[in-house]
Design a protein around this ligand. Structure first.
Ligand SMILES: N[C@@H](CCC(=O)N[C@@H](CS)C(=O)NCC(=O)O)C(=O)O
Length: 217
């Protein structure tokens, strides 16, 4: 079996897929997608015309899977059914999928919007203010939702935690939340200590200095 993750080491969504892969214990290789290199970028567009990262290539099954949540569902169905990333109980599975959407849509996306303003040299203070407002709403919601839980949806580490780890790690850099959100802060501490995420963070260290953060006011 050969699983190849086409990724960039600073990409938050690529971290999400990597955390899931490390959770499964499956062997996999990584290949750099370099948007600034025309050959690399063209090859990536041939794999996935929407040009988003990561994609997972499964050479044995002849499959290329885009979209991190689908990648993780794919791993669960075809390669790691016992990893528990999607719980077998249908109600818990729905909660996991719902929280995965919350972390992607209401934390990862607005966080990326704020970073993009700096990274791509944008001039859209209204868009950034809207992103900040959405982040604050998400922090407040999650502070209540996660109370009393070890992981996002309960006592087991799941898809939702794979999404949460990069989303909260980066979001805390662009709009820090620990002061007013102790439950969320303690949850991020547990995520950072989880071996799958600790390893992902360690592997990003050599390029971390390239993270642009929020544009200076
Ligand atoms: N919904 C996608 C989002 C992936 C995504 O936005 N990835 C970013 C990197 S973190 C990307 O590919 N950005 C490049 C671009 O938008 O051109 C997923 O879950 O995989």
């Amino acid at each position: 079996m050969t699983l190849i993750l086409h990724e960039h080491p600073l990409s938050s969504y690529c971290w999400k897929a990597k955390v899931a892969l490390y959770e499964t214990g499956l062997p996999f290789e990584t290949r750099l997608v370099a948007p600034y290199d025309p050959a690399s970028w063209e090859a990536h567009l041939a794999r996935w015309p929407l040009g988003k990262m990561p994609v997972l290539e499964d050479t044995d099954r002849g499959q290329v899977i885009p979209e991190t949540s689908v990648i993780i569902e794919y791993l669960q169905v075809f390669h790691a059914p016992s990893a528990g990333l999607i719980p077998s109980d249908p109600e818990t599975a729905l909660r996991v999928r719902m929280l995965d959407r919350v972390f992607d849509s209401y934390v990862m996306e607005p966080m990326s919007r704020v970073v993009a303003e700096n990274f791509r040299g944008g001039e859209d203070p209204v868009g950034v203010a809207q992103a900040d407002a959405l982040l604050k709403k998400a922090y407040d919601y999650l502070e209540g939702e996660l109370a009393g839980r070890t992981w996002a949806a309960g006592e087991a580490f799941t898809l939702a935690d794979c999404a949460a780890a990069p989303a909260l790690y980066y979001a805390d850099k662009v709009l820090p939340f620990r002061a007013g959100h102790p439950t969320l802060g303690a949850y991020l501490d547990r995520l950072e200590a989880r071996p799958s995420f600790a390893r992902t963070l360690e592997e990003a260290q050599p390029v971390w200095h390239m993270f642009p953060g929020r544009k200076a006011a």
